[in-house]
Design a binder for this molecule. Structure first.
Ligand code: NAI
Length: 437
């Protein structure tokens, strides 16, 4: 497994749990030394136990020596980052290509080189070209196996996936059959739970990942726009979403209105899909619009907080609950909190924030003058407004009276709809949420 980040580490540990022998290669020295010392460098519920058990059983090892890791491997997974390229939003493939070259140099026999990273259509064939150019003698096949795990429930997603998509080079049926046999063996334990293994061509597998993430991003932007409409018309977006979601063609998930989607996947994957479509001279207007709607959403939410403070946050103390892009992760990449807090800081706000696990990662991304608090209630001390940005479960049980005692002005802007408007009003708050009267 090349790359020991959110995807590589979780899938590596889950494969080891399947009973496979997994060698994770990680080049970031901090991440690697943590893993070698038995610490988990990312926050993911349950991952510590899974890693420890499998490492102790000798099925899961960590190192930076790719030659040692791939020696004798039947499958080599690439799970390195594919961040957006500066300038045009296309996926930056430099880490994937570098990994492909390193794997080619290190392999000693036949292996399937499998891309788990989210990569544009055509990347698996490009990886095959790189490997052929680096090692013309090597017998190998490529496969595309995009990862669909969600941070926060990543282990369950890997152990019990809705589906596993595996793209093979169907233009070469003999080779595809050989690679399929290896992939069947990797995922054999999933047969017991009837998780579908979907075998497709390389291009379809690559595109399925972008299409899925963009569809979910579109669903979020749709409900965010419905929230705005509900506010204008006196309707309630939570009840609307509940009513819509009962239709199983629609489904209830990803219908929570909020401050705009973030994270390491949706923003970059929607941009990358728009780019892929442009290059293919094919229309992708829904996704392009989703990107625009989401950008506008984050700016509008900063404006909503400023308006709640009477039109200016200058010299006002803003308490912020939650910083990560969603609960149960320490991932701050592209979190809506970043542009929102920067806008508030530009407006002269004093920011005091708390997040259960995201504060370390937040420090380099949020305005430097942000004060980080020890707990949720401490953020409310002398605050003029309290803003909820991430719906961590622990925030739901905060006593409104305890907040009221600490705050200077009793204003709450709840961008995740975690509190009950009636309860908040009874406690004397001026309470604004999203899409609810
Ligand atoms: P990450 O940045 O957490 O992990 C990537 C790791 O690879 C880093 O620790 C880096 O040091 C390491 N690395 C880079 N080049 C290497 C090399 N040549 N040899 C060894 N290690 C190397 O990224 P994350 O979040 O795990 O994402 C990886 C890919 O999976 C991306 O393409 C992403 O879009 C995709 N993905 C991410 C999901 C998520 O929830 N984070 C979910 C599904 C897909």
């Amino acid at each position: 497994m090349i790359g020991g980040g959110y995807v590589g580490l979780v899938s590596g540990a889950c494969f080891a749990e399947f009973g496979l022998h997994v060698a994770v290669v990680e080049t970031n020295p901090d991440r690697l030394s943590a893993l070698r010392e038995g610490r988990i460098p990312i926050y993911e519920p349950g991952l510590d136990v899974l890693v420890e058990t499998n490492a102790r059983a000798g099925r899961l090892t960590f190192g930076d020596d790719i030659a040692q890791a791939v020696a004798g491997a039947e499958a080599v997974f690439i799970a390195v980052g594919t961040p957006p390229r500066n300038g045009d939003g296309a996926a930056d493939l430099q880490y994937v290509h570098a990994a492909a070259r390193q794997i080619a140099q290190a392999l000693t026999g036949y292996a399937v080189i499998v891309t788990k990273s989210t990569v544009p259509v055509g990347s698996s064939r490009r990886i095959a070209e790189i490997i052929r150019a680096t090692r013309p003698d090597l017998d190998f096949d490529v496969a595309s196996n995009p990862e669909f795990l969600r941070e926060g429930s990543a282990i369950d997603d890997c152990m019990r996936p809705d589906r596993v998509i595996i793209g093979l080079d169907q233009k070469q049926p003999e080779r595809a059959r050989r690679a399929e046999a290896v992939m069947q063996r990797v995922y054999k334990p999933l047969k017991k739970i009837d998780a579908p293994l979907v075998f497709t061509g390389l291009e379809t597998a690559e595109l399925t990942k972008y299409a899925s993430n963009s569809f979910l991003a579109m669903k979020i932007s749709f409900i965010n726009e419905m929230a705005d409409l509900c506010e204008k018309l006196g309707a309630n977006v939570q009840e609307l979403a509940y009513g819509m979601g009962l239709d199983d063609r629609i489904g209830s998930r990803f219908l929570n209105a909020g401050p705009g989607y973030g994270g390491s996947c949706f923003p970059k994957d929607t941009l990358a899909l728009s780019r892929i479509a442009q290059e293919a001279q094919s229309g992708c207007r829904l996704v392009e619009t989703t990107v625009q709607v989401n950008e506008a959403r984050k700016a509008a939410m900063a404006g909503r907080i400023i308006a709640a403070c009477g039109g200016s946050v200058n010299n006002k103390t803003v308490a912020v609950l939650g910083l990560t892009f969603k609960p149960e992760t320490d991932d701050m990449r592209e979190s809506a909190s970043i542009p929102i807090l920067h806008r508030l800081a530009e407006g002269g706000a004093r920011l005091q924030a708390y997040d259960p696990v995201g504060m370390d990662a937040a420090k380099s991304l949020l305005p430097p003058e942000t004060t980080y608090c020890e707990n949720a209630l401490a953020t409310a001390q002398d605050a003029d407004v309290l803003v909820v940005l991430t719906e961590w479960e622990q925030f739901r049980s905060i006593s409104p009276d305890a907040l009221a005692q600490r705050m200077r002005n009793k204003i709450i802007v709840d961008l995740r709809n975690i509190f009950d408007p009636a309860v908040m009003r009874e406690s004397g708050f001026s309470y604004l949420s999203v899409g609810r009267p």
